[in-house]
Ligand binder design. Structure first.
Ligand code: SF4
Length: 416
């Protein structure tokens, strides 16, 4: 075996080479032998080929430049790839693939070590953050949103309940003279499991016995059965993550439709529960501003400001493990087909794109300005000024304003 063959075989080890269609494998091998690509170049070409497949764009064979010099070929290939990555995505002829109509889970109930209460897993001093405490009632989610970072934490098909959850909540010793903002819905969806293993019984009891806790149920589900059948303590907030029908259909698999989410939010608000809406991630694609404007207008139509505690905006940020995990999946998604810019060691949209989407979002809610609490999630300090015209100097200032606004809306005392 000649040395380059050895080199090539070594380079494709631990890559997604064998997951590529056979024709593309043969093509890349032939081009590598012909142009003698380096180890790194071979790895990048394989990742490019995987991305083009996942994005449902032309294949590596179709965009591969013809030239006798390796350097020229590689530079032109990167350029063609970056151009495809940077053009606004179109979901027009896009069909998600390999997405099951219903997901099969294995449910596991076991006594878990420790207690899933802690600072929001993506909070950072580098971004302007609200110091949310997150409570993991369940591990792993039954929905399959392509952009979600949870998928890199848990085994997707095993849903784990902690048999000691209710007891740990009862034994939680919080300072009664302080207001806490605790959210469920980071490690799994807050409502999709209903009261399985008594999780909602435990959480409602916790809210009743800790009136100084603002307990936020964040969800993409339409499963509000428990909320309809039980008295809801007033210190409970129910918030929906919303997106455009295009993104829900193509990137938020198995989650409830937009209409269903808004419909159940309306029913919960009719019960006097304060609701809220998270637009996170706002995703750029062709005519996206028009589509989001429809959703914003629908909320202004369906809800009164006094019923809504919060509206938040955020966008895509990817850590490398999630990008790697997405590339390895056998499905179609355009979620990583975006021009990446560094955002605090994560990959996100260019600054100008973010300013465009956040300003558009905030301006679209003009009737609710100064009546509903608006915030940016996990964004640069300065992005607040560009979006809202003001910014906080610390995360604690942000948290204070947020909790004060929520407490006023709910009619509970804010304890600092
Ligand atoms: S702003 Fe977002 S990321 Fe930061 S702590 Fe709050 S919820 Fe978490």
């Amino acid at each position: 075996m000649n040395t380059y063959t050895d080199k090539f075989e070594n380079s494709i080890t631990n890559t997604l080479f064998t997951k590529l269609p056979h024709a593309q494998q043969e093509f890349i091998r032939q081009k590598a032998y012909q142009l003698k690509f380096s180890h790194q170049e071979i790895k990048q070409i394989i990742d490019i080929a995987r991305d083009l497949g996942m994005w449902n764009e032309k294949s590596i064979i179709e965009i591969f430049p013809e030239h006798e010099q390796k350097k020229v070929v590689f530079a032109r290939l990167k350029k063609a790839y970056d151009a495809l990555r940077s053009k606004p995505n179109s979901y027009e002829n896009f069909e998600p693939k390999n997405i099951p109509n219903e997901q099969k889970y294995t449910f596991k109930t076991e006594k878990k070590e420790g207690f899933g209460l802690g600072l929001c897993p993506v909070a950072s001093e580098k971004t302007r953050c609200c110091n949310l405490l997150t409570l993991d009632a369940v591990e792993s989610c039954g929905f399959d949103c392509s952009y979600c970072s949870i998928q890199s934490f848990y085994n997707q098909n095993t849903i784990t309940f902690d048999s000691g959850f209710a007891e740990k909540l009862r034994n939680l010793n919080l300072d009664k003279n302080k207001t806490y903002h605790i959210g469920t819905g980071q490690a799994s969806d807050s409502l999709m499991w209903g009261n399985k293993e008594g999780i909602l019984d435990a959480l409602f009891e916790f809210a009743r016995t800790n009136p100084n806790v603002l307990l936020e149920f964040k969800t993409k589900s339409d499963n509000i059965k428990y909320f309809m059948e039980n008295d809801v303590p007033k210190n409970i907030l129910c918030t929906w993550s919303l997106n455009t029908p295009v993104i829900i259909k193509n990137e938020e698999h198995l989650a409830a439709s937009l209409d269903k989410r808004i419909h159940v939010a309306r029913r919960v608000a009719d019960k006097g529960v304060k609701v809220g809406f998270h637009f996170h991630p706002i995703v750029e694609y062709e005519n996206y501003l028009f589509d989001y404007a429809q959703v914003y207008a629908k909320l202004l139509e369906e809800f009164k400001a006094e019923e809504v505690a919060l509206v938040s905006f955020g966008t895509l940020t990817f850590i490398k493990p999630v990008i790697k995990q997405l590339r390895a999946r056998e499905f179609k998604s355009k979620i990583t087909q975006m021009p990446f810019e560094d955002a605090n060691a994560k990959n996100s949209y260019p600054h100008a794109t973010k300013v465009e989407m956040f300003k558009h979002a905030y301006e679209s809610f003009k009737p609710w300005h100064n009546k509903v609490f608006f915030y940016l999630c996990m964004e640069d300090h300065g992005m607040w000024k560009e979006t809202f015209g003001y910014q906080y100097s610390t995360n604690n200032d942000f948290e204070r304003d947020m909790l004060n606004a929520y407490c006023q809306k709910i009619g509970m005392e804010y304890l600092i």
